[in-house]
Design a protein around this ligand. Structure first.
Ligand SMILES: Cc1cc2nc3c(=O)[nH]c(=O)nc-3n(C[C@H](O)[C@H](O)[C@H](O)COP(=O)(O)O)c2cc1C
Length: 183
C-alpha cells in the first residue's frame, strides 16, 4: 500500500458557505483512504505581496504558508472566477511563492468551480504552468454552474462532475507517486 499523502488544500473563496469549500470537503471524503487533506486557513491573513518585502524579514504568515507548501506532497486549489480573473487573495498567496519556488515540481491539482469560470481557469493554469507546478495541464478541471453540482451536504451531485473529479484524483495520486519529472 502506498503511503498516505499529505495534501494542502487552498480555497480561492473566503466566503461563508462557499461552493469551493464544500467541493474540497467532498474531495476529502472521496479520497479519505489515500489523502490527509488540510485546508489552508490563512489566505486573508497574508500581507499584500510587495517584492520589497520579500526578504529575510518576511512576515510569519508568509513563512507559515511556505512551510505548509513545502511539507505537502501535493496541493489542491479549488477556486471561483471573479470578473473573468483569479480571486485577488488567491493570486496574492501564489505571488508570495514565485521567488521562493514552493510550487516548483509540486503536484498541484486545480479545479475552478464557478458560474462559468473559463477565463480565471486559463489564467491560473498559465500561472501554475510558469511556476512549474508538476503535471498541471493533466491535473485541472473546470466545473461550470458549480453551485448546482455540489450540495449543502458536501456531495458532488452531478454524475459527470463526480466521475471527472474521481479521475482527476487518480491522476493526482499517480503524479505524486511518480518520482520522475512529468513536465
Ligand atoms: C465579485 C464577483 C465576481 C464574479 N465574477 C464571476 C465571473 O467573472 N465568472 C463567473 O463564472 N462567476 C463569477 N462570479 C460568481 C462566482 O464565481 C460564483 O458564485 C461561484 O460559485 C462562487 O464560488 P464560491 O461559492 O466558492 O464562493 C463572481 C462573483 C463575485 C462575488
Amino acid at each position: 500500500m502506498q503511503n498516505r499523502k499529505k495534501i494542502l488544500a487552498i480555497c480561492g473563496s473566503t466566503r461563508t458557505n462557499s461552493t469551493n469549500h464544500r467541493l474540497i470537503n467532498a474531495i476529502a471524503e472521496l479520497s479519505k483512504d489515500s489523502f490527509d487533506i488540510d485546508l489552508y486557513g490563512g489566505l486573508t491573513q497574508l500581507p499584500q505581496f510587495n517584492p520589497d518585502d520579500d526578504n529575510e524579514h518576511v512576515s510569519k504568515e508568509v513563512v507559515g504558508f511556505r512551510q505548509l507548501l513545502n511539507k505537502a506532497d501535493g496541493v489542491i486549489i479549488c477556486t471561483p472566477e471573479y470578473a473573468h480573473g483569479v480571486p485577488g487573495s488567491l493570486k496574492n498567496a501564489i505571488d508570495w511563492t514565485v521567488g521562493t519556488s514552493e510550487f516548483w515540481q509540486k503536484p498541484t491539482m486545480l479545479i475552478t468551480a464557478s458560474t462559468d469560470g473559463k477565463y480565471g481557469h486559463q489564467s491560473l493554469l498559465e500561472t501554475l504552468h510558469v511556476i512549474e507546478a508538476k503535471n498541471i495541464h493533466h491535473l485541472q478541471l473546470l466545473i461550470s454552474f458549480a453551485s448546482t453540482k455540489v450540495n449543502e451536504d458536501n456531495k458532488i451531485t452531478d454524475m459527470t462532475t463526480l466521475n471527472e473529479t474521481k479521475k482527476l484524483l487518480e491522476r493526482f495520486e499517480q503524479t505524486m507517486n511518480a518520482n520522475m519529472k512529468v513536465e
